[in-house]
Design a protein around this ligand. Structure first.
Ligand code: DQA
Length: 148
């Protein structure tokens, strides 16, 4: 059994009401529940954490050291600004998948820059809430073969 963590950054608590054209109609709680169920069905434990605060996300990553096997992270607006969250992920050396609901390459110029993509195992962007499920399925498959 592996311990998995889903991290969501600022404003993602507003999913469902926030700019549905970009981010869809599904609430974060529904996304989280689906991921928890998927993980459980594969014999893994998955926790979800959302914060609007950079500091809280960094603390959560630090607490994950030697506790969490894989992270799925949507850093939201911190994607484009936070060297500190990037450094936290590098510091704990936990493999992670970067997820974005919208296609960050098809929007404003400032969204094309990510401080995470080059150190992520992979990036899923533009597939809506399903992107989280695809990221989790990838991790579940990897764990089956005990590959990190
Ligand atoms: C986002 C894309 C970011 O540019 C934006 O700031 C978000 C959400 C996405 O999931 O598409 O808050 O990460």
């Amino acid at each position: 059994m592996a311990n998995l963590l889903v991290l969501n950054g600022p404003n993602l608590n507003l999913l469902g009401i926030r700019e549905p054209g970009h981010y869809g109609q599904t609430a974060l709680l529904a996304i989280d529940q689906k991921l928890i169920d998927m993980a459980e069905q594969s014999g893994h434990q998955l926790a979800c954490f959302q914060s609007n605060s950079e500091q809280e996300i960094i603390e959560k990553i630090h607490q994950s050291f030697e506790q969490i096997d894989y992270i799925i992270i949507n850093p939201a607006a911190f994607t484009h600004t936070s060297i500190a969250i990037r450094d936290a992920l590098s510091g704990v050396n936990i493999p992670f998948v970067e997820v974005h609901l919208s296609n960050i390459h098809a929007r404003e110029e400032f969204r094309k820059q990510s401080y995470f993509s080059d150190i992520a195992q992979g990036v899923i962007s533009g597939l809506g809430a399903e992107g989280y499920e695809l990221a989790l399925q990838y991790i579940i498959n990897k764990l089956k073969f005990k590959l990190k």
